[in-house]
Design a protein around this ligand. Structure first.
Ligand code: UD1
Length: 367
């Protein structure tokens, strides 16, 4: 099977793509892959590091207002479609799958015009513009929240979950648990992970910085991921070593660390949520209000509805609200167990296998 994958911009779109590739490679060692991304996106550094053949197109997002920028974007789109077609004629994929981000627009569109079977994978409960546009052209739309179904053509849409859920669930079976020790923390203590998405989140950093002393005296310890761009300023404000709290800029092997995490404070990016539910990790979610159609709050509410998470809106986050929510989870075994079970029940560890099933079925029909 020859699989062309495209997805870019942020970790939430890239990690599902890589998880899917790794899954296919493990069940079908003969499979061949090509990843198309942009040079400047995070995928430009992550995909080649994973030894996946990588090509680039140039593309940016449309602005909602009429502007010169949009004229340039139309030109870029057409050029990116031409470049994508060229890559596809060389690689001759059996199937093309887009996991989100602007880059998927020209790549998946080009594939559909060449008559290649296509899938878009939507991680969120509310889709963005690119996937709504592409849903008219693709063979199938794979979704990760039932709530997303209403935005797509019914006959094409299928609920698969997010491949990253399968990746972390598989790790849970195979991996030895060493990450906490390697970070110099105490593996016998409960551990809270605070993380603001793949690029960090300033409001979360502010609430954390104002609560350091209190977190320092808790029975549980805390790994605080600041995001690369915020790390230096956070470290400077933290000053001397803070007991019980380890601040880091980024976690490179998140699946391995999550196996040892008891609870998480996070934004409500869809891929993060797929990972947490796959492992049954209770969470306190502070959705970013700065995303298209407020989709993070809708992601978070979907988990809250089934008891798998607690939601605090960014406007309501204060140090005391944050501390209380963490204590309520980590110092109350009954509440923790209940939320952990609900999270686990909401998980979709079979996502990769389901998505591969969809890929195989559309390849078969096309032959
Ligand atoms: C601001 C924005 O538009 N965010 C969107 C973006 O988020 P973002 O890229 O932040 O996405 P997610 O929270 O869904 O995923 C982050 C990914 O990065 C990984 N990670 C994170 C921190 C770290 O230190 N190390 C690490 O490996 C996580 O484990 C996860 O796999 O894509 C998501 C999935 O479409 C959307 O739901 C989010 O709304």
């Amino acid at each position: 099977m020859k699989v062309l994958v495209s997805g870019g911009g942020t970790g939430g779109h890239i990690y599902p793509a890589l998880a899917l590739i790794r899954h296919i490679a493990s069940v079908n060692p003969e499979a061949e892959f090509l990843y198309i991304g942009t040079e400047n996106g995070l995928e430009g550094s992550i995909a080649p590091k994973s030894n996946i053949p990588f090509k680039t197109v140039t593309i940016s997002g449309f602005k909602r207002k009429i502007s010169l920028h949009n004229v340039r974007t139309v030109y870029q789109f057409l050029k990116a479609v031409t470049d994508s077609k060229k890559y596809m004629k060389e690689f001759r994929p059996d199937v093309v799958i887009g996991t989100g981000g602007y880059v998927c627009g020209p790549v998946v569109y080009a594939a559909s015009k060449l008559g290649i079977p296509t899938i878009i994978h939507e991680q969120n409960s509310v889709p963005g513009l690119t996937n709504k546009f592409l849903s008219k052209y693709v063979t199938k739309v794979a979704i990760s929240f039932e709530e997303a179904a209403s935005y797509f053509p019914k006959e094409k849409t299928i609920f698969t979950g997010n491949p990253r859920a399968s990746e972390v669930a598989a790790k849970a079976k195979s991996e030895s648990k060493e990450a906490i020790k390697q970070l110099g923390l105490d593996p016998t203590k409960k551990t809270l992970l605070v993380v603001g998405g793949s690029r960090g989140a300033r409001p979360l950093n502010e609430a954390m910085l104002a609560s350091l002393e209190e977190f320092g005296s808790k029975s549980y310890q805390c790994i605080y991921v600041t995001g690369d761009v915020h790390y230096d300023s956070v470290k400077q404000k933290m000053g001397e070593a803070t007991p019980n709290i380890l601040a880091v800029p980024y976690i490179h092997d998140m699946p391995a660390l999550l196996l040892e995490i008891d609870a998480v404070v996070a934004r409500a990016g869809a891929t993060t949520l797929a990972e947490l539910t796959a492992l049954g990790i209770p969470s306190i979610l502070i959705p970013s209000p700065y995303v298209t159609n407020n989709h993070q709050e809708k992601n978070a509410r979907a988990l809250e509805k089934v008891g798998a998470a607690k939601v605090i809106l960014e406007k309501d986050v204060t140090p005391s609200v944050l501390l209380k929510a963490c204590d309520d989870l980590l110092e109350n075994n009954e509440a923790w167990s209940l939320m952990s079970r609900s999270a686990y029940e909401a998980g979709m560890p079979e996502a990769s296998a389901k998505l591969v099933g969809v890929m195989e079925s559309i390849i078969k029909v096309s032959k």
